[in-house]
Each structure stands twice: as C-alpha cells, then as structure tokens.
Design a binder for this molecule. Sequence first.
Ligand SMILES: NC(=O)c1ccc[n+]([C@@H]2O[C@H](COP(=O)([O-])OP(=O)(O)OC[C@H]3O[C@@H](n4cnc5c(N)ncnc54)[C@H](OP(=O)(O)O)[C@@H]3O)[C@@H](O)[C@H]2O)c1
Length: 333
Amino acid sequence: MTGITSREIHLVSRPEGLPSADNFSLVETTVEQVSGQVLVQNLFMSVDPAMRPPLSNGQTPLNEPMTGGAIGKIVASDNPELPVDTLVLHRFGFREYFASDGKGLQAIKVEDEPLTTHLHILGGTGLTAYGGLLVTGALQEEENVFVSAAAGAVGSVVGQIAKIKHCRVAGSCGSDEKVDYLINELGFDYAFNYKTTSISKALHIGLPEGIDVYFENVGGAHLDAACGQMRPLGRIPVCGMISAYNNKGARSEGVTTLSNMIYNRVTMKGFVVYEFNDMREQFLTDMRTWMAEGKMKYQETIMQGIEQAPAALIGLLEGKNTGKMLVRLSEAG
Ligand SMILES: NC(=O)c1ccc[n+]([C@@H]2O[C@H](COP(=O)([O-])OP(=O)(O)OC[C@H]3O[C@@H](n4cnc5c(N)ncnc54)[C@H](OP(=O)(O)O)[C@@H]3O)[C@@H](O)[C@H]2O)c1
C-alpha cells in the first residue's frame, strides 16, 4: 500500500516555566499502512493541562510525535473489525494520520450530539467532573460548592452538576468575561476573577456559610483560601493543580491553612479519572439526560490545524480557553 504525507508535532527541547513555540517542531512524515493495519485520519485532538508536567520531567520523549486524546476516522482498512468510516477515540493526537493494528483504538457511536463532545462533556472531562464531585467529593443536595478553573472544561461541568443537585455554587476564573459566562450562561450563584479579587474575600461573599465541597483544579493560593473556609466534615476532591504545572517538579505554592482540616474534620483526597471507568454507563445516561433538558451546557475553544497545537497548549496554560480547548486536525472534522 502507498504512503500518505502527514504532519506531526514533536517536543524538541524541555520548557522551563511557560512553554514557548520553539520547544516544539512541526515535522512532515510519510505514514505507511501495511498488511492487517488501518489508516486513521485525525479529526480533532484534545488539549489538556496534564500534558504540561511531562514536557519537563522527561516523560514526553524528545523528537517523537507527542501523544494525547483525539478522535479520528478510518480512511483505509485491512482489518474487518474496523471498517472504513469508523470513528475512533485514541491517544495518538498531535498528528494528522497514523497507521494502527487496532490496539488502543476505541470505536465510538455518535448519536445526535456533535462529535467533539466525546472529547469533553461525554468523555474523560465529563467523567472527571462527575466522579470527582459525586464520588470523591461525596456531594449532597443543597451543599455549598466552590470550584476553581470554573470556566474550563472540567470546572464548568462540576458547577452545573452541583446546580442540578440544588447546591449553592461559586466559581473562580481568570477574566471578567468568564465571570459573566459562569453567572449568566451556566447559572452559577457567584463567580469572581481571581486575578483582580482576593480569593479569600470573594469566598466570604459568595459562600458566607463556608464551603462543604471545594473541587480543586488550581492549587496554591486557591487551596490556601478555600481550606481556611471549609465547613465541618467538608471535602476537597483534588482533581488538579494547574497553578503548579509550569513550576520545576510541578511544585505548588505553600498552603498555610491546613490546621482547619483538624478543627473541621475535613477530608482532602486526590483522584484520577480512570477510577470511575465502571460508572461510565450511568454517567453517559445522566449527561445525555441533562443535556437534553438544557441543564448541561458547554463551550469549545477550537484552534485550526496541527500547526496550532503548541499554541493551543500554551494558550490553555494562559487561560485563553473557555470550556474545552481543542484543535481541528482536518477539514473533514
Ligand atoms: N484527576 C484527573 O483525572 C483529571 C482529569 C482531567 C483534568 N484534570 C485537572 O483538572 C483541571 C482542569 O482541567 P481542564 O482540562 O478542565 O482544563 P481547563 O480548565 O479547560 O483549562 C485550564 C484553565 O486553568 C486556568 N489556569 C491556568 N493557569 C492557572 C493558574 N496559574 N491559576 C489559576 N488558574 C489557571 C485557566 O483558566 P483561567 O482563565 O480561569 O485562569 C485555563 O483556562 C486541571 O488541573 C487538570 O490537570 C484532572
């Protein structure tokens, strides 16, 4: 079979602090599909904060195609189980085409929803919010909930699930436009711009009775402020700490309020999304129902073309996305 020209993103040097465009390279290559393989054309790829620490800690190899969640379409097939036109979810992002023996490809069935929702609200992002809030956070109806990075992919789902559960919800985010989005589009009770407001003061205003569940996406000053305002038997599901990801060793700023965990018997627990894999069916049923009822909205920030993938990752770390950051890898997407 003949080869096809493809472009892919390589990491060529390890960033210190915020990555820059010259840490990455756009490389042209030829993809050969051999006997028994399928050829996949990528349509969209996901851009995730978790991609940042491995750029510096050595886990992302230099001078090889980077990896990450993506959706592709099978455009040639020598595998009867994966015929042409099958849509597949996989981890071979940051490239336009690839050949595969089928390992690591998960066929997806798209109903009425836009394809891209499988990379966020109906995919790992949504499950992270759902499991992290309901299982790790053990959310109860009518509690007081604070979520940081609230206008992002995970945070926006967390806030809306909490509203569905009749909670009072406050969110933090990095711009006044995002504050407006959280309150007026997503129905948050309170939101504030952490870049221009004291987090601690804002939490006293937004959740004057204190916080039952703090869904932690940011770390550092956010955790410092929230931990000091946790109510008795409060929970802090630790999803991420993006404020630390550009730091050496992803080390976060110090937190000075941990003694409140003793007085108020607060639980802080980290989690990873794969813990919730066995809830996927219930999660999808709930999310589809909430979407159909208009209770679960989403936004996407989509950059165009593989050459924009590094800018999308850098932009995510600078807060340029509202909702899910994606890159469209093909006009067919
Ligand atoms: N545990 C898991 O299994 C799991 C799975 C998925 C994601 N996560 C974590 O969940 C969090 C959110 O991920 P996501 O995919 O939904 O990303 P996202 O929230 O859509 O995008 C990241 C957002 O973080 C904010 N941010 C960036 N630097 C910041 C800083 N120094 N301080 C405060 N906010 C900052 C920016 O928004 P602003 O404009 O508001 O600054 C940016 O838009 C991340 O910490 C991620 O690592 C964990």
